[in-house]
Design a protein around this ligand. Sequence first.
Ligand code: SAH
Ligand code: SF4
Ligand code: F3S
Length: 475
Amino acid sequence: MADDSKPPFTLTASAPLGTSGARKVYVKSFGCQMNVYDAERMADTLAPQGFVSVAAAEDADLVVLNTCHIREKAAEKVYSELGRLRVLKEAAAAEGRKVIVAVAGCVAQAEGADMVRRAPVVDIVVGPQSYHRLPELVAAAAIRPGVVDTALKAEDKFDRLVPPGREQIARRGSSAFVTIQEGCSRFCTYCVVPSTRGGEVSRPVDKVVAEVERLAAAGVREITVLGQNVNAYRGEGPDGRPWKLPRLLARLAEVPGIARLRYATSHPRAMSAELIAAHRELPQLMPYLHLPAQSGSDRILDAMNRRHTRDLYLQRLAEVRAARPDIALSSDFIVGFPGESDQDFADTMDLVERVGFASAYSFKYSPRPGTPAASMDGQVPEAVKSERLTALQAVLESQQRAFNLASVGRTVEVLFEKPGRLPGQIVGKSPHMQAVHVQAGAEMIGQIKAVRLVAVGSHSLFGEFADAVPQPIAV
Ligand code: SAH
Ligand code: SF4
Ligand code: F3S
């Protein structure tokens, strides 16, 4: 392997004072929250090599596209980005500056070496299980571009990723993701994740606790633990036995400084009685649950290999609501799965009407290479998919609005995360995951404050500090 102890390429002549000598990396993420987490871990792992993170591809010596393969549109985005990067790379080369382009994430895993053939601008293809090897891959690509590493689970990535330094943690802000389980062994017939992330693996409890302690010590107040099937978490505990998610959450709640816990994404079958009880018993566990239903029709759920019925889904939600009556519910839906009839779709609409979601994501079914559903009979015409998606989204939007309207007048605790849309505003999250804007200075970012909700915007709420004198606000 090449010597990567010194920068393998020419530095930009126009590097700003103070960062000359530093190499610059820009990571652009698509897809799910796990990619957001992975982007941070990639930057952490490159930091000891002298890489500092920058906010634009134009400023970077190394550009990483952290890609998503879940739907065709997501995967196609990568190639349009690569077109832009080719122009940028050529312009840099004309100035005598070398830019390395890496493709990471699920498209990298799915397409591997084909990416280099299809888009020669790509210097590195790195799958999600190989991010700890990024420094070596960057050094190798500087000498000979076209490096591909898409090994699945050859070694424990998490053990070998570099933990974040203080500067890296400071960039996480007040709310951070921590992957506790990766991969999926469920094989829903439409889904690429089992092949792009590999089989389900849970991280040991002590590793997760140590990571959360480091984040908390640097000011992080909220942790969202992540996994493709996070509620099926079974990590090795300090006692050598497998711990499930509720026990891990209870342990994380003891970490000083951690005020809020969330988890995503769950599967209805793994919604255990203990986890439901945790919503009643653990004050740090926020009253919000994202539980994908995908469809309200048993026939379609069966064809999807979801291995749960509509009744089981509704039953679990009823139990969660009994444990935590104010819980905000969220879901994912796919419309136009092969064979979906008008009646099947009506069953989905009926399920949505019965639940009343605080928010939800919905997608047109997208056939993915190598998945069983892609070759099933009864593919639904695009126009029918669009019509169903429009109808479903109209109901989901009105439910979200109703949920937000019902919050007006209430006082909730908001964790402030960043500057708001307008100058002089900051924005944070309510316990129910609603974005809340307040007129306040940036010094409040990172704090949790009681806020009286006074108005709804299109997708967020406006509030004022509960201890402030009420006054009219401009929305
Ligand atoms: N692990 C989670 C989420 C997986 S991906 C789960 O099991 O629910 C996020 C969402 O993308 C899924 O919930 C599903 O609604 C959607 N999705 C996955 N594959 C899809 C496909 N081929 N076409 C359209 N939507 C898809
Ligand atoms: Fe995909 Fe199903 Fe696994 Fe979720 S549970 S990641 S939808 S295979
Ligand atoms: Fe996309 Fe991979 Fe996440 S396909 S949704 S980035 S697990």
